[in-house]
Design a protein around this ligand. Structure first.
Ligand code: NAG
Length: 147
């Protein structure tokens, strides 16, 4: 009996954790598309100067972001310009900062604000990512480019 209770408790504790882990790795295609549109019209503008440092590729990824996502691919610029690699980087970045979800309840909101504002894009820096999230949200809701 004691063992059974233990197993049930363990199961209840494990379930939500597992669910979070799974969803954290999985960004919807709509969400990716809209972030890509807002960043670059989903083209590959290579590297562009933005707020004093370079942002590269369709998702406009910066060097520190690429470092934080575990340095996939052969280099920052190569990975940023490769859509698949950049998307893998975004997934890993999200997993890394999953505990900073703050009040960003909507699935794509966390991803978008994190992408724009860094680890605290949903917590202490939330207001600085409002405009960005509004653009992504508009794209999600209308299916149209964000402009
Ligand atoms: C793009 O990145 C993916 C994932 O890292 C990799 O498998 C693929 O070979 C890369 N493509 C090119 C053209 O480098």
């Amino acid at each position: 009996m004691f063992k059974l209770v233990y197993v049930v408790v363990l199961f209840m504790v494990q379930m939500p954790t597992g669910a979070i882990r799974k969803s954290s790795a999985d960004i919807s295609n709509e969400c990716l598309h809209c972030i890509c549109m807002v960043e670059s019209d989903c083209k590959d503008p290579k590297c562009v100067m933005d707020l004093g440092s370079l942002s590269c590729g369709p998702y406009q990824i910066k060097d520190p972001y690429w470092n934080d996502c575990g340095k996939p691919g052969s280099s920052w610029k190569e990975c940023a310009s490769n859509k698949t690699c950049a998307e893998n980087c975004m997934r890993q970045y999200r997993i890394r900062y999953q505990n900073r979800i703050g009040s960003c309840s909507r699935y794509c909101e966390f991803q978008a604000r994190l992408h724009n504002g860094g680890p605290n894009g949903c917590t202490t820096r939330k207001s600085s990512t409002d405009v960005y999230w509004a653009k992504v949200k508009k794209c999600l809701e209308t299916g149209l480019p964000w402009r």
